[in-house]
Ligand binder design. Structure first.
Ligand SMILES: CC(C)(COP(=O)(O)OP(=O)(O)OC[C@H]1O[C@@H](n2cnc3c(N)ncnc32)[C@H](O)[C@@H]1OP(=O)(O)O)[C@@H](O)C(=O)NCCC(=O)NCCS
Length: 144
């Protein structure tokens, strides 16, 4: 989730079709939560947890720019993390975030994630290697 890419319409359709296809699989490896506007129910983003490792998951989210700052990402991430601990039995959830992504860091900090450290040259994006900051929360730390 540390990689942010601008997609055209065909790429967005392919991404959504891929997510729907993977959601149909018997042993699911990822879980998406669609985010819709309060007033007209229009879809404006998502939160996602991808299973990885032993009872562990990686959290990500994105919200349409015109809706930023209204609490949608925090709400969606809170609901999905609760689901992942309660229903999927996960033990540990991480989020790897670009050091300059203040809004995303604010989201996980608001939810009580702890900062673990820096993943050096974690992603290759826009022609360069970039660090990520790793945050995590454990099941026993989560209040639901
Ligand atoms: C990160 C992202 C999902 C946040 O979505 P959002 O719906 O605006 O998030 P919320 O409104 O729940 O919370 C955002 C928080 O960041 C804070 N924030 C926003 N811009 C900020 C900035 N430049 N500096 C510091 N804090 C900032 C807001 O004040 C808010 O905190 P608050 O509730 O304490 O006021 C959204 O910016 C986004 O889609 N970005 C592009 C994709 C992305 O980076 N995804 C995460 C990859 S790790």
């Amino acid at each position: 989730m540390a990689v942010l890419r601008r997609r055209n319409r065909d790429q967005a359709v392919a991404m959504i079709e891929g997510a729907i296809e993977r959601a149909r699989q018997e042993s699911r490896t990822e879980f998406y939560l669609g985010v819709a506007r309060h007033d007209d129910d229009r879809v404006i983003g998502f939160a996602r947890i991808g299973l990885s490792g032993v009872q562990a998951g990686k959290l990500g989210y994105a919200i349409a720019a015109q809706e930023w700052g209204r609490g949608y990402a925090t709400d969606a991430a809170r609901a999905l993390v609760t689901y992942a601990f309660k229903e999927l039995g996960l033990h540990r959830i991480t989020a790897a975030i670009g050091p300059d992504n203040a809004a995303s860091i604010a989201v996980v900090q608001q939810l009580g994630f702890a900062r673990e450290g820096v993943l050096r040259d974690h992603v290759f994006t826009n022609g360069a290697w970039r660090d990520s900051v790793l945050f995590s929360v454990l099941a026993h730390e989560w209040s639901w």
